[in-house]
Design a protein around this ligand. Structure first.
Ligand code: TXA
Ligand code: MG
Length: 336
């Protein structure tokens, strides 16, 4: 069973005295484990990642084994600072440097040409790599202490819902990984935005915590939507981020009719919505997409604890994260 390393102390401002020896030693042990080629799950502002030394092909192979992830699916490399762009990337364009300066640390992954300091296996054999500086104090400390790049997909079994707490990680992977560094619940709650800047035009591969509009405002050029057509991102599948229960996406105005139809079949139907209208079992999430995103994956996991006939989900109403949340809900509802 994975050992839980508690680093929640440093994120608790009420007791922050500038140093926290419990957190320091948790982070030191996690960094030593990474250096020894072990797997360490770590907190970020988006979701928990499953970390290994990005330069160590054998360690990275264990990530694919633990997740049950096909080997051709590239991993993101987490770095301590934007100045590492030229260390893990090669021929890095001015567009990438502008984005790193504007949004890191933060929920943005930038795809650039891969430098030799990243093992080919980490990038699923591609000559490009996704790089990101996560905005989480514990993991920034871990990256500084470790001193290298940390390959890290979301710390869940392949195809299922990403973890937003250390307990979620233990539920999914506790029996097959070495350590979980607990930094508390993730603030954003959905995965990072991925933008490819290996060509002349930036291409959005996955919507996330930073919107296309924000990226366009910084770069002064239009971002191409790379989600339509043949996928340029191996591992971007139509069905993903899915709980075990089958999900149906509906509008708030359709809730009463949908529940009436569903109620006829016997087993209960769950509801996730900004307004759950007293239904049980249900999970009421904020109408604002940011608040909704922070609680969505925990709600999907909780719904799977009930023996449901199906799960009805109403999207949030508005907010900068709407595109990212709707993308994840469509993937959760896609035919398996
Ligand atoms: O927020 C996040 O990005 C989280 C945290 C842990 O950082 N990580 C995450 O990793 O969501 P993962 O492996 O679950 O999703 C990363 C996706 C891959 O499925 C792949 O489609 C895309 O990033 N990707 C990675 N490297 C790429 C590359 N070189 N070219 C195109 N897409 C890439
Ligand atoms: Mg994932």
């Amino acid at each position: 069973m994975a050992e839980l390393l508690d680093a929640t102390g440093s994120t608790d401002t009420r007791t922050d005295t500038g140093s926290d020896t419990a957190t320091d030693s948790a982070v030191e042990r996690a960094a030593a484990a990474l250096a020894a080629g072990k797997l360490v799950a770590f907190p970020t502002e988006t979701v928990y990642g499953l970390g290994a030394d990005a330069s160590n092909a054998a360690a990275v192979a264990n990530i694919f084994l633990a997740k049950g992830r096909p080997p051709g699916h590239p991993l993101i490399v987490h770095m301590a600072s934007a100045s590492d762009l030229d260390r893990f990337g090669r021929n890095v364009s001015p567009l990438a440097h502008k984005l790193g300066a504007a949004f890191w640390p933060g929920p943005l992954t930038i795809v650039v040409e891969r430098a030799d300091s990243v093992a080919p296996e980490t990038a699923g054999g591609l000559d490009t790599v996704g790089l990101r500086v996560p905005d989480h104090p514990v993991t920034l400390q871990l990256l500084n202490e470790f001193g290298g790049g940390v390959a890290g997909p979301s710390a869940n079994r392949f195809g299922s819902v990403s973890p937003t707490t250390a307990a979620h990680v233990l539920d999914d992977l506790g029996s097959v990984i070495d350590f979980v560094l607990d930094g508390g619940p993730c603030a954003v709650g959905v995965e990072s935005t991925i933008v490819d800047v290996t060509g002349p035009v930036p291409v959005l591969l996955r919507p996330g915590g930073i919107s296309a509009v924000e990226i366009e405002a910084v770069l002064g050029v239009a971002v191409k939507d790379g989600r339509a057509g043949p996928s340029r991102a191996p591992g971007m599948l139509a069905s993903h981020y899915a709980p075990n229960v089958s999900v149906e996406l509906i509008e708030q105005s359709e809730v009463d009719d949908a529940l009436a139809v569903a109620g006829a079949t016997g087993r209960p139907v769950g509801l996730i919505a900004p307004d759950v209208r007293g239904h049980s079992p249900s999970w009421q999430l904020p109408a604002d997409a940011g608040g909704y995103a922070a609680q969505l994956y925990a709600a999907l996991r909780a719904a799977d604890q009930h023996n449901l006939e199906g799960l009805l989900v109403v999207p949030p109403r508005s907010g900068p994260l709407l595109d990212a949340v709707v993308d994840r809900l469509q993937k959760a509802a896609a035919p398996r």
